[in-house]
Design a protein around this ligand. Structure first.
Ligand SMILES: [Zn+2]
Length: 252
């Protein structure tokens, strides 16, 4: 059985040889910033299932439930700060060896850590903007939240009349084609694929490291739990990203 130090050494050696690293990040990187993992066993979602995209579009009652839940959770996301793992990725960027970040998170913490919007592909959207469900136009989330707080119950797009919500992906809603295309491009051109804080259970994110594996690109996984791709990874470390990733990046 290989110990943690040996795993770190292997990861450092692989990272030292790489020049076009792509990082895929999931909920596990943000839990250390106090953002709950909505898919974890004791998540509030287990008792209060989230509104699906279909229900959101078809039912005024579901939209009201959506805004009530959002009000409860938005404070946690608004107060969150980037942690050591986000900062380590930003450090990697300064080394000029990071092609980009693909994230399943919508909390904007990678941008807060110093990445430009162009470097981050947000597969599940962002809670920092509002978006129209019909024409796709983005607008200020703050303004939209203010309308809700002022008592508006079912806000609609001023341009086309479509229903407004946060620019995040609801269950049953497809990942935008443009984002997925960018993510695939990154996976197809990287020379090292790094998974951080994702259990790789949700498609299409889970398909991206496979694109890299098909090209014999090294795969490093840092995630508290085991993932289905652990057997294929060159290194799979089951520790907190915030404690492991800075150690690796410091050695580059
Ligand atoms: Zn619209």
């Amino acid at each position: 059985m290989i110990n943690l130090q040996e795993q770190l050494d292997d990861a450092i050696e692989l990272m030292q040889q790489a020049q076009r690293i792509v990082a895929l990040t999931g909920a596990g990187i943000s839990t250390e910033s106090g953002i709950p993992d909505f898919r974890s066993p004791n998540s509030v979602w287990r008792e209060n299932p989230p509104v699906s995209y279909r229900d959101f579009l078809q039912s005024a009652e579901a939209r009201q439930k959506y805004w009530q839940t959002r009000k409860r959770l938005s404070g946690q996301v608004a107060d969150a700060q980037p942690n050591a793992a986000h900062k380590a990725l930003a450090e990697l960027e300064r080394h000029n060896v990071l092609s980009g970040i693909i994230t399943q998170n919508f909390d904007g913490l990678h941008q807060d850590a110093g990445h430009s919007a162009e470097q981050v592909v947000e597969l599940h959207g962002t809670s920092r903007y509002a978006a129209c469900t019909l024409c796709g136009a983005r607008s200020s989330m703050q303004e939209l939240q203010q309308r809700i707080d002022d008592g508006e119950s079912d806000p609609c797009c001023a341009l086309c009349g479509g229903f407004l919500k946060a620019a995040t992906i609801l269950f049953g809603q497809r990942v935008p084609e443009a984002e997925l295309t960018r993510a695939k491009e990154m996976a197809l051109h990287c020379d090292l694929f790094l998974v951080i804080g994702s259990s790789l259970k949700v498609i299409p994110a889970s398909t991206l490291p496979r694109l890299a594996l098909q090209r014999n690109v090294p795969l490093i996984i840092i995630n508290l739990q085991q993932t289905t791709l652990d057997p294929y990874a060159d290194v799979a470390i089951h520790e907190k990203a915030g404690s492991v990733l800075p150690k690796i990046v410091a050695m580059l």
